[in-house]
Design a protein around this ligand. Sequence first.
Ligand SMILES: NC(=O)c1ccc[n+]([C@@H]2O[C@H](COP(=O)([O-])OP(=O)(O)OC[C@H]3O[C@@H](n4cnc5c(N)ncnc54)[C@H](OP(=O)(O)O)[C@@H]3O)[C@@H](O)[C@H]2O)c1
Length: 219
Amino acid sequence: MHIGVLGTGTVGRTLAQALVDRGHEVRMGARAAGNEKAVAWAQSGGPLASEGSFADAAAFGELVINATAGAASLDALEMAGAEQLAGKVLIDVANPLDFSQGMPPTLTVCNDDSLGERIQRAFGDLHVVKTLNTVTASVMVAPDSLAGTHTMFMCGNDADAKAQATILLEGFGWPSASILDLGDITAARGMEMYLPLWLRIYSAKGTAVVNVEVRALTA
Ligand SMILES: NC(=O)c1ccc[n+]([C@@H]2O[C@H](COP(=O)([O-])OP(=O)(O)OC[C@H]3O[C@@H](n4cnc5c(N)ncnc54)[C@H](OP(=O)(O)O)[C@@H]3O)[C@@H](O)[C@H]2O)c1
């Protein structure tokens, strides 16, 4: 599959490499083609790896991943271009964190709205699936780095898009029984508001390699 990864940070590079390792052709996008980190990744990533602008990556991808800084994701997607994104599945892993007042970050949107919803509203014919935002980058692509079973949340309005996202997650090693579909894109509120709790768990356990498991009376 051709996949566009918007983002040159740890998440973008981790996901892009994991996808290339699984045989996908991946173009990493940045604000401008020739981004230092994107070029370095494309050079080391093998023949299936390439880089360009956000628009180049979005046009390249049959499926697109938003791994940009959450506070800037709408701007980044504007740069990617509505016409490049039209009709595609967008896996949104971003968290709308505001670090401007230092640590801990606050959320730029919460309670009755979310970044996932804002993206879906701004790009009506994009099929937004929110997932992977609740674990650190290394766990996204290697869930077995944590012993036992643990939960990956997902939400979005389009069943086919969520089915595609599920295949991608399974490719990273997430067992289907661990993927919890929380419903439509408004569930992104809770998935994003989980971040303050995640930060405290990280602090309490002294490692980012952490996750939670949802257990219920009926599996
Ligand atoms: N780090 C993790 O383990 C983790 C885990 C779960 C979720 N997340 C979420 O995943 C996303 C990516 O995280 P990250 O740590 O890999 O990278 P990041 O530093 O949060 O974001 C880097 C990307 O954001 C773009 N960007 C920054 N400011 C921008 C602006 N003003 N306009 C347009 N684009 C802008 C950068 O573009 P350029 O390439 O042009 O510089 C770069 O591609 C974030 O939303 C984060 O909250 C991170």
